[in-house]
Design a protein around this ligand. Structure first.
Ligand code: FE2
Ligand code: FE2
Length: 154
């Protein structure tokens, strides 16, 4: 009973952090759109803002990989461990793309055709991130459900 409550707590942490990340994403997009309306691109400042987002994300990935959120799932559904290297690979790829994007935003002459092209590129990264996180939660939930039904059988 206790362990089950724990698992749900961990899942809730994961979901809460995802929510925080998604709301941060939305703030970035809103700020970006405002500057677009005013016709005032600020690539360097965007780089700084994206860096803040990147650090939040890196911490989240780290927590996941340290088995912080996944720990109860590992204990209850050992088959789940197989999926973790895939998560790690995707995390590293996403951070790499964001870092590369920040580097270019910070260049003296940012190599983007215009503000909107840069936004498009960032949105592509965010869409991939969103897909990854959705998939991750689905897998964690499935693993929880499997272990819960296994317990019910006993
Ligand atoms: Fe996540
Ligand atoms: Fe993740």
């Amino acid at each position: 009973m206790n362990q089950k409550t724990n698992s749900h707590e961990h899942l809730q942490f994961l979901l809460d952090e995802h929510e925080e990340i998604f709301s941060h994403m939305q703030e970035l997009k809103d700020w970006w759109a405002q500057l677009d309306e005013k016709g005032l691109p600020k690539f360097g400042e965007m780089g700084t803002r994206v860096k803040g987002f990147r650090d939040l994300l890196a911490k989240h990935f780290d927590d996941e990989e340290q088995e912080g959120y996944f720990k109860p799932v590992f204990d209850e559904a050992p088959g789940f461990c197989i999926m973790v290297p895939d998560f790690k690979k995707t995390h590293a790829e996403i951070l790499f793309r964001i870092d590369d994007f920040i580097t270019r935003l910070k260049e003296t002459e940012p190599p983007f055709q215009n503000w909107n092209k840069a936004l498009k590129e960032f949105e592509e990264i965010l869409a991939d991130l969103h897909e990854h996180e959705d998939q991750e939660v689905k897998m964690v939930q499935e693993a929880f459900n499997q272990s819960a039904s296994k317990k019910a059988e006993i």
